[in-house]
Design a protein around this ligand. Structure first.
Ligand code: DHK
Length: 151
């Protein structure tokens, strides 16, 4: 079984309760269920959430050894964290950056992303569907990579 990490940054533990007019009524458990359903055969997801930058960095380091891709909603660290960008730059498999809201329609400080300097794809404004789309893309890229490795 190939593992995909679905990483979530600060305040996303409150998904479903926090500003539902922006982030909707569904919870991280719904994200986990939808991501599991989006996996191709032979793939599985592990959903993780932390409000702490260092914990997210530790999980990225751990993912280097154990995963075939990361779907990542870094929350507000998207716009501030060079340390998370540096961690992602140590990670080889695909990274898909996800934002539930359409950040480019929001405040100017949400328009810049450090994570986008590394991400292989960026999804914003699709609601929770963005996570499932990210998982599908990782499955596709990882399968392609396996086929190339076999040639
Ligand atoms: C989530 C957050 O917590 C914000 O800080 C980002 C992102 C947007 C989202 O849309 O999922 O700016």
């Amino acid at each position: 079984m190939k593992t995909i990490y679905v990483l979530n940054g600060p305040n996303l533990n409150l998904l479903g309760k926090r500003q539902p007019q922006i982030y909707g009524h569904e919870t991280l458990e719904d994200v986990e269920r939808q991501c599991a359903a989006a996996c191709a055969e032979g793939f599985g997801v592990r959903l993780l959430q932390s409000n702490h930058e260092g914990q997210l960095i530790d999980w990225i380091h751990e993912a280097r050894e154990t995963t075939c891709g990361i779907v990542f909603n870094p929350g507000a660290f998207t716009h501030t964290s060079i340390a998370i960008l540096d961690a992602l730059n140590t990670y080889e498999p695909p990274v898909i950056e996800v934002h539930i809201s359409q950040v480019h329609k929001r405040e100017a400080f949400r328009h810049h992303s450090y994570v986008s300097l590394r991400a292989d794809g960026v999804i914003a404004g699709l609601g929770l569907e963005g996570y499932a789309a990210g998982v599908r893309r990782i499955c596709q890229l990882a399968t392609r990579q396996t086929q190339e490795d076999l040639q």
